[in-house]
Design a binder for this molecule. Structure first.
Ligand code: FMN
Length: 477
């Protein structure tokens, strides 16, 4: 065990709600780190409530939220005892660079709920994963997770230089600040988003400070973050470009199937020299590759895809089964799509019929932006702020200063990902959002697992299989 007290297996955070509280709790129960996804949790929790809160878990967790009047307001607004009866989900306020009390309260409560539920596992450790790019969502979400006693914060898709300080401030009962990377005229400072617990709840208790693991691919980013005590994380997840979800862009676009090449291989020797504990992720889910990770000096591995396909995953069972069937037939195809994500980062897209990873389903979707997590903010000369997302409808995007070539091939990740966990919007005109599925591109992990568990597997099976490799490892030289 390392000085952070974190175990060798990290079940990767998988948005949105693929790594739900139930998956994380199962993994934490096994003594490993279960990680819930912190992406869009206020939408996830609000929609679970509108669907009737099967099992009563949202209500149970909310009954433990330290601010009961806020919990009651949330229930009054979103809970529908009998479900929606075909009504669309309520529209949500989209995030902006200004704090908004009611939305912040919901975000705090939703993150509290997911972590609290995952933590009902005895002494198991639970982390939460955020995307750096979703800056406007981060302060309130982080606060909610800390309020529930989260053990680790994991953050990728950007350079999380201000997160360690934000965590320290919240743990000391202070308000927290985050600079927002708005596009702005030269000489204008980045806007600062503040979340002040005292203002939202009238109280700001001291809270335990979790460990912070930054998700990186390149050793330069690891050493840059580690150099200064303000930006230094407690450890790293070193993620290979084969990992599911978003990936760091290639250093230089290569003429290969994925666009990546040898330059994009993480330099583990240099990462080891940085001197902080690290875990390896992306195609590290066979016993052999987990064993090798330890021998290279890692504390362990972070694994996503095999957990996403396990019985406890938040993915709708029918989509999970479709992917497993495709793998059984040898045609599970995952492409590295350099256009799909409006963030500009490459994104792994599973190509399955009926999902937006398939061209005809993608083209049949009328563009609409109603969740807006990936919107970027732009400040003009007069100080006016506008928001846009390259997956939104063309006309407003162009009117707000967006450029035509940016629109091509963009997928609405927000709607596609929440549809994958059974929380997709049904629009008033009858259009039903189609799911977007993502997995890592190392299908050998999945095939190896299928050989041992042809009818599917539980998260516990994944943990045991990884442990069989980890326990075999020799001490690193
Ligand atoms: C379905 C799915 C969703 C993911 N979503 C996220 C995410 O929201 N944020 C993130 O940092 N990583 C995300 N990942 C990456 C995982 O946390 C993990 O690092 C990765 O899956 C490890 O590689 P593997 O899939 O080859 O095991 C996702 C992966 C999958 C499979």
């Amino acid at each position: 065990m390392n000085n952070l007290g974190l175990p060798p297996i990290i079940q990767g955070g998988m948005g949105a709600a693929v790594s739900s509280w139930f998956l994380a709790r199962t993994v934490a129960n096994e003594g490993q780190l279960g990680v819930v996804s912190g992406t869009a949790l206020e939408t996830v929790v609000a929609r679970r409530l509108q669907n009737g809160d099967e099992g009563g878990h949202m209500q149970e967790a909310l009954s433990h939220f330290p601010y009961p009047e806020v919990a009651e307001e949330i229930l009054a607004k979103f809970y529908r005892a009998g479900g929606r009866n075909g009504e669309p989900f309520r529209p949500m306020r989209r995030l902006s660079i200004q704090a908004h009390r009611e939305h912040d309260q919901l975000a705090v409560a939703a993150n509290f709920v997911e972590v609290w539920l995952a933590k009902q596992s005895g002494n198991g450790k639970v982390g939460i994963n955020f995307l750096e790019k979703l800056q406007t969502a981060t302060p309130a979400a982080l606060y909610g997770a800390m309020l529930a006693g989260v053990d680790a914060i994991l953050m990728g898709a950007g350079i999380p230089r201000e997160i360690p300080q934000l965590m320290t401030d919240f743990s000391q009962g202070k308000s927290g600040h985050l600079s927002i990377d708005s596009e702005r005229p030269s000489g204008v400072d980045a806007p600062i988003l503040e979340f002040d617990p005292l203002e939202s709840f009238g109280k700001a208790p001291e809270l335990p400070r979790p460990a912070f693991l930054a998700i990186v691919t390149a050793e330069v980013l690891a050493s840059y973050l580690a150099r200064n005590e303000i930006t230094r994380p407690d450890g790293f997840i070193v993620e290979h470009y084969m990992a599911g979800g978003h990936n760091a862009p290639p250093r230089r676009m290569q003429d290969t199937e994925t666009g990546y090449g040898p330059l994009d291989e993480p330099n583990i020797a240099k990462i080891r020299d940085v001197g902080l504990p690290f875990w390896m992720a992306g195609g590290r889910a066979t016993p052999k590759s987990a064993e090798q990770a330890i021998e290279l000096g890692a504390e362990g591995v972070q694994v996503g895809s095999l957990f996403a396909l396990s019985n406890e995953s938040g993915l709708l069972p029918e989509y999970r089964e479709q992917m497993l069937d495709a793998a059984r037939n040898g045609n599970l195809r995952v492409r590295t799509d350099h256009l799909a994500s409006p963030t500009g980062f490459p994104f792994k897209v599973v190509e399955l019929p009926g999902t937006v990873g398939e061209q005809s389903t993608y083209e049949a979707r009328p563009r609409l932006c109603d969740l807006g997590y990936l919107r970027s903010s732009h400040i003009d000369e007069a100080g006016k702020v506008s928001y846009r997302c390259a997956a939104e409808p063309d006309k407003p995007y162009l009117k707000k200063g967006g450029e035509e070539p940016e629109l091509a091939g963009r997928i609405c990740l927000c709607n596609g990902l929440v549809a994958a966990v059974g929380l997709g919007q049904e629009r008033p005109d009858g259009y039903k959002e189609a799911p977007l599925l993502t997995l890592g591109s190392t299908t050998s992990d999945v095939e190896g697992m299928l050989k041992e568990f042809p009818n599917g597997w539980s998260a516990v099976d994944v943990v045991n299989r990884l442990l069989s490799g980890i326990n075999n490892a020799k001490a690193p030289v």
